[in-house]
Design a protein around this ligand. Structure first.
Ligand code: FES
Ligand code: FES
Length: 158
């Protein structure tokens, strides 16, 4: 049995503790916004937050989430400042990598609300995009960071 907080709600599952968190989220809990890309911790498509930090859920056994707080793209609620900025800047192309991109960006802004371009480049360097949306991703993050009184959501600050 593994129990953890998921997007603010407690969940408890009978699952092999070695199961990757990604498959627990997608197959056991039906949260398919988190994507499978490489399965080896190399592409960032599967990025979620564990206690507010961006992690690769494909290479994180669910046992590591026990007693902790997991946030997925669904947990941002659809009206997160980054999600609005993604729409305003028309960031996605095929969209496949984008939930991971947003989760990495949300973790960055929660720890550093005013990142510069280099901070963003470093924080986002593990999120690959075959469609080459990198410049739009950076512009969208900078636009959120430029909002004077922006505060991270409580979940992101945990
Ligand atoms: S699917 Fe997890 S890093 Fe690529
Ligand atoms: S938008 Fe297509 S892979 Fe990033």
């Amino acid at each position: 049995m593994v129990a953890f907080s998921l997007n603010g709600r407690n969940v408890e599952l009978k699952v092999d503790p070695a199961t990757p968190l990604l498959w627990v989220l997608r197959d056991h809990l039906g949260l398919t916004g988190t994507r499978f890309g490489c399965g080896m911790g190399l592409c960032g498509a599967c990025t979620v937050h564990l206690d507010g930090a961006a992690i690769r859920s494909c290479s994180t056994p669910v046992s590591q989430a026990a007693g902790r707080s997991v946030t997925t793209i669904e947990g941002l609620g659809g009206d997160h400042p980054l999600q609005r900025a993604w729409v305003e800047h028309n960031v996605p192309q095929c969209g496949y990598c984008q939930s991971g991109q947003i989760m990495s960006a949300a973790a960055l802004l929660a720890s550093n609300p005013q990142p510069d371009e280099e901070n963003i480049r470093q924080a986002m360097s593990g999120n690959l995009c075959r469609c080459g949306t990198y410049h739009k991703v950076q512009r969208a993050i900078l636009s959120v960071a430029a909002v004077e009184h922006w505060q991270p959501a409580a979940e992101d600050a945990s």
